[in-house]
Design a protein around this ligand. Sequence first.
Ligand SMILES: [Fe+2]
Length: 349
Amino acid sequence: VPHEGEDLIPQGRADALADSIVEGGYASLVLDRLVRQTCQVMDVEEASILVRDPTRWERVITVAGCGHSADAVGSRTGADKGLSGRVLASGEAGRSEDRAAVPIGWDDRVRGTLTARLTDPSRRFDKEGLARLSCLADTAGAALQHTEWRAELLSALPSALTNLVEAVDERDPYTAGHSAAVLELTAELGRCMDLKQLDLLELEAAALLHDVGKIGVPGRLLRKPAALDEREQALVRRHAVFGAGLLAAVTGLEAVANIVRFHHERWDGCGYPDGLAGEQIPMASRIVAVCDAYHAMTSDRPYSRALPVELARLELAACAGSQFDPTVVECFIDLQPAMERDGYGLLAA
Ligand SMILES: [Fe+2]
C-alpha cells in the first residue's frame, strides 16, 4: 500500500481545495444537493459525504450531510474510523447493520465516502441499494475532481497569462502596468470583502485579464490623445465581449470570462455590453469596475491628466449608486488609508 503522505498535494493548492469544499462555494452546494438526493433516492433520512483532508491525509472532513449528519458538517475525524474508515482503506463498498458506505474516488484514488443510514430497524441495504449509492458517489467524485482542477488551474494561472497581459500593455503604452495595478487593488478589496479563496483566485485572474480583449482593438484608438467619436467608442467597447470570448475558450476560465464580460456594466443598468443592473452584475465584475476606474482616474491617460488621489476618491463616492455598487465603493474607500500606507497610493500617483 503506497504511503499517502501530507505532501501529496502542494500546500497552496491543498489549502484552496480545502477552503472551497469546507467553507462553501460551488462545490459545497453541489455536495449538499447530492446528500439530499441520496436521502430521496435511497429513501433514508441520513446521508453524509466524508473527504480526506487534503492538508492532512490521515483525517477526514465531513463536507456535506443531511438528517442528523448535517450537524457534523465541517468536523474532522480520523480517516480510519468506523465503516467509512474501512471503505476508505479497502476501496470497496461496505454495509453494517444500519449503514451502507461506498467509496468516492477521483484522480485515481479513493478520497472520500458517501454513507447512507437507515433509521427504520426493520430495513436493510441490499446489493441494488449499494449500486445506486455508488452511482451517486460517482457524481460526487466528478464534482470534487472539477473543484480540484479549477483550484489547480487558477493557482497556476497568473504566470501562464502574464505574457498575454504584457502583450496588451505593450499595445497601449499609456496604460502599461494598468492591469497589474488593478490586480493589486482588486485583490486587496476582494480580501476585505470576504470573498472565498476560490472566488478570490477567479477575481484576481479577471482583474489581471479584464482588458485582454484590447488586443482586438486598433492600437491607434487606444493611443488617441482626444475623445473618441461614437463609432470609435463602439470599437473600443467591444473589448469586453472580445476578451470574454478569448477566455471562455480556455477550459476552467469560464467564470473568469464572465467577470471580464461584465466589467463595464453599471449599477444603474446604463453600462455595456448587456446593460445588466445591480446584483445582476457578478460581484467580482463590480469590484473590478471600481478598481479599474480608480486606477484610470489616478493615472495619466492619452486624453486626461491624473487626478489627485483625494479627488478620485470623491469621484468614486459621487458615482456610488449610479455607476458603481455603493457597497463596493464604501469598502474601497474604507480600505484606502491602509492601501496608501502600503504603497498602493504611490503606485497610482
Ligand atoms: Fe476595460
